[in-house]
Design a protein around this ligand. Structure first.
Ligand SMILES: NC(=O)c1ccc[n+]([C@@H]2O[C@H](COP(=O)([O-])OP(=O)(O)OC[C@H]3O[C@@H](n4cnc5c(N)ncnc54)[C@H](OP(=O)(O)O)[C@@H]3O)[C@@H](O)[C@H]2O)c1
Length: 260
């Protein structure tokens, strides 16, 4: 099966490409800029402008749509209209399956980026190509980057009671490979990590792994956004889940050495 992967150079894309190749898929990887990689066929296309889309989808059996531009003035153009344009191009090319990666909680958490993701899910479901949506929880390197950003000023600033359920992006890649093999679900599947963690627990483990003494400065997120995040809006009870934990990520990344 030949699969076009959009956003192939991103965090999830970098996990997906080797996994799909190992599982026997013929992979075409898409980016907005030329990439040179003897291990893969890369094509240049942009869902914002539409440039290169028709060529990118030509001759593929399935599209795995990972491209996204979070928290930008162009998010609606890229994530919603870009997904629509991709779906239309894929329909015209006779693509048999469009898999869209979304986020657990887009239907609950009142956050602008999530509204765009939910709209994009609906575009996929209403579009011309048989489809699957896989909603994943946060990837550990994303949470790690978030904690680094939250501690720029010294202490780690955050709402201690927010719940998260990090899922290893390589395990998400494995699930996506299974979904491609299974064919269109015509529905939404959720996929999360093995543990639900409070923000303060995640920070404690992160500090210990990094040998850091930065204190947690608790700041309660106000309003419905805060209450939804504290009530587990980003978590799922769906099974199966991934198996790799936040602690596994920390051990791989920091190995318990040095102060950072
Ligand atoms: N990060 C998480 O924790 C997480 C959790 C659950 C779900 N997700 C979802 O999983 C997907 C992948 O996330 P990620 O973390 O891998 O994102 P990422 O690292 O930000 O990668 C997204 C990719 O989208 C591509 N892109 C942006 N604008 C584009 C455009 N106009 N046309 C074509 N490509 C464009 C970029 O590729 P080029 O620069 O190469 O063009 C970029 O590498 C997203 O849909 C995200 O919502 C992420």
């Amino acid at each position: 099966m030949k699969v076009l992967v959009t956003g192939a150079g991103g965090m999830l894309g970098r996990a997906v490409l080797p996994r799909l190749r190992a599982d026997g898929f013929d992979v075409r990887a898409m980016s907005r800029r030329p990439r040179h990689d003897p291990a893969a066929e890369w094509v240049v296309a942009d869902v914002e402008t539409g440039v290169g889309l028709a060529e990118a989808v030509d001759g593929v059996d399935a599209v795995l749509h990972l491209a996204s531009l979070p928290n930008s003035r162009r998010t609606h153009r890229v994530d919603v209209l870009g997904t629509r344009d991709l779906a239309v191009a894929a329909g015209a090319a006779g693509v048999a399956h469009l898999v869209y990666v979304s986020i657990v909680g887009v239907d609950r958490v009142p956050y602008a980026y999530y509204r765009h993701k939910l709209a994009a899910e609906r575009v996929v479901a209403a579009g011309p190509v048989p489809w699957t949506v896989l909603r994943a929880t946060q990837f550990p390197p994303f949470l790690d980057a978030l904690l680094r950003a939250a501690s720029r000023l010294g202490p780690v600033i955050g709402d201690p009671a927010v719940l998260a359920q990090p899922v290893d992006q390589h395990e998400v890649a494995g699930r996506l490979s299974e979904r491609l093999t299974a064919g269109p679900l015509g529905g939404i599947e959720e996929y999360g990590g093995p543990q639900v963690l409070r923000f303060d627990e995640a920070v404690r483990a992160w500090r210990a792994a990094r040998g850091s003494r930065r204190p947690l400065l608790p700041v309660r997120i106000p309003g419905r956004l805060g209450s939804t995040l504290r009530a587990g809006g980003l978590t799922t009870t769906a099974t199966p889940t991934g198996r790799r934990t936040w602690a596994d990520h920390l051990a791989d990344t920091y190995g318990g050495t040095g102060r950072r």
